[in-house]
Design a protein around this ligand. Structure first.
Ligand SMILES: Cc1ncc(COP(=O)(O)O)c(C=O)c1O
Length: 392
């Protein structure tokens, strides 16, 4: 007789024994880059709300207005009756901001990568198996997309354009279209590839470039719309769930790619359209973000200050150049202890461990927000340096 819970229980017990059992903690979001957990207020250095837009009155107000006007839910997938003129107008705005022909809104960044990639990498489309060149540290949703397409990925060393060039050269005689799949800001390292070089390599080797702008959208590039703006990236995606303050995702591309996705991306075809309140928040964020140059400059300056202080204290911040600043501590136990010490001091920095990051590179991933005060950031610097010194 099979017993589901018994089998699962054994797996969970193994995870717990390895110190890898994850669980959910209920939190209460607050203004000013803060959060309440178990009744305690902490400065939140772990959220992706880089501009503080999740609590911005303009987003909340438009979410309320759109819910009142259009209802609480979309009530159908977009190909049925879930598509509205308001959603079409949002897509026009995104396409204009990205400087491309068309944009398509999907339910989340994860759902976007997991369903857009299988549509683009479909062998029946190309008549031969596509060759995928993927950064070794690509996000789980990009892997999921390749996996469900049944594609074998050729991994290039993280942000290493010379390695990518070599791999593309090696496959020059193989049939099948080439796809380079990477991110413009890596979520666990806070570093960015040379996008111009990626575009040049894609052109040289006749490859398509798919760029995940989840952590760049709102923060980097012209008017904060990502590093693909003004370049020749074939397909870029981004999320509204991080700096843009709410939820959902977009794909920016040619009109033909959009039309293909409307016909082939299962995450669009077989899923209900985003609810009006979320679309209202997205619409308000798109209107607001171009004017937030001062906030973006402040965010960059805060991250710079943290990086310089950590470097002076011999702490490893990997290749961070953005608002995400990891401190690589290596050992998982040490990382957990440092994170716990910071939490005792009112500072939230979540320990990130394998399998999310490669073995031996456990880290605390600090994410800055333009809403953090100078004092918050100084406290973070002092407490982290002290904890890392005292906890071997
Ligand atoms: C690089 C990258 N792509 C996609 C996603 C998924 O986005 P979402 O949270 O909107 O599902 C994330 C989220 O962590 C990410 O870091």
């Amino acid at each position: 007789m099979r017993n589901l819970d018994e089998t699962i229980g054994r797996v969970l017990a193994d995870l717990a024994q390895d110190g890898r059992l994850r669980s959910l903690r209920a939190v209460e979001p607050m203004d000013g880059g803060r959060i309440r957990i178990d009744g305690r207020e902490l400065v939140n250095f772990s959220s992706n709300d880089y501009l503080g837009l999740s609590r911005h009155p303009a987003l909340i107000e438009r979410a309320r207005q759109w819910a009142e006007r259009y209802g609480a839910g979309a009530a159908a997938s977009r190909l049925v009756t879930g598509h509205t003129a308001a959603l079409a107008a949002i897509e026009e705005k995104i396409a204009a901001a990205k400087g491309v022909e068309a944009a398509l809104v999907l339910a989340s960044g994860w759902q976007c990568n997991a369903s857009v990639l299988p549509a683009l990498l479909d062998k029946s489309l190309w008549g031969a198996e596509p060759l995928v060149f993927a950064d070794r540290l690509n996000h789980a949703s990009l892997h999921m997309g390749c996996q469900s397409a049944g594609i074998r990925q050729t991994r290039f060393r993280h942000n290493d354009m010379t390695h990518l060039d070599e791999l593309l050269a090696r496959s020059a005689r193989e049939p099948g279209p080439r796809f380079i799949i990477t991110e413009s800001v890596f979520s666990m390292d806070g570093d960015a590839p040379d996008v111009d070089r990626l575009v040049a390599l894609a052109e040289e080797w006749d490859a398509f470039l798919y760029l995940d702008e989840a952590h760049a959208t709102g923060v980097l590039g012209t008017n904060g719309f990502g590093l693909s703006v003004g370049t020749h990236v074939d397909v870029s995606m981004g999320t509204f769930s991080k700096a843009m303050g709410s939820f959902g995702a977009y794909v920016a591309s040619s009109r033909a790619v959009k039309d293909l996705l409307v016909n082939r991306a299962s995450g669009l075809i077989y899923s209900t359209a985003l609810p009006p309140a979320v679309l209202g928040a997205i619409d308000a964020a798109i209107d607001l973000v171009p004017a937030l140059g001062a906030e973006r400059a402040r965010l960059a300056a805060l991250a710079d200050k943290v990086r310089r202080a950590f470097a002076a204290a011999d702490l490893d911040t990997a290749g961070s150049t953005t608002q995400i600043v990891p401190v690589i501590l290596g050992d998982e136990d040490r990382t957990l202890k440092v994170a716990a010490r910071l939490e005792q001091q009112g500072l939230l920095g979540i320990a990130i461990r394998p399998p999310t990051v490669p073995t031996g590179t456990a880290r605390i991933r600090f994410a800055l927000s333009a809403t953090h005060s100078d004092e918050d950031v100084e406290r973070l610097i002092d407490a982290t340096i002290q904890a890392a010194r005292e906890i071997p």
